[in-house]
Design a protein around this ligand. Sequence first.
Ligand code: T46
Length: 136
Amino acid sequence: MQKNSLIKKIGLNRLGDERGSLVALESHRTIPFCVKRVYYLFNTTRGVARGFHAHRNLKQVAVCVSGSCRFVLDNGKQREEVILDNPITGLLIDSLTWREMYDFSSDAVLMVLASEYYDELDYIRNYDEFLKVAAL
Ligand code: T46
């Protein structure tokens, strides 16, 4: 990872035994905020791209618990890409970060832990507006 990279990965501890693996996620321990909401994307149509927005205040950690997908993160100055393809890596997505998600495998399940309840007013869905807010 570059020194000032936008790609901040969180290594998740794989627990388990001969029966299989288990990962536990805890607020303020593994996840650097209080988790108020969890959602997951699955059954994503082949070739589709999602996201194309930033959040004003929301922080999130995304984990591709099955399959793979590609994230583009952009803070208005830098744009970087990362592939999520395992259930033991979380991607921390800070507020005021534009995100786009591509290349979902047919078995992809993208789980996201969020610091706030759902609020459409927190979304910035226009890239030019995002650039203005990010520059403040
Ligand atoms: C994000 C990326 C990674 C709700 O009603 N509640 C929710 O908690 C969420 C996340 C979405 N919705 C509704 C809003 C839309 O009608 O579900 C529909 C799909 O949401 P959206 O088009 O925002 O989905 P994505 O995949 O573009 O973005 C989602 C999250 O919304 C977003 O916060 O960071 O995944």
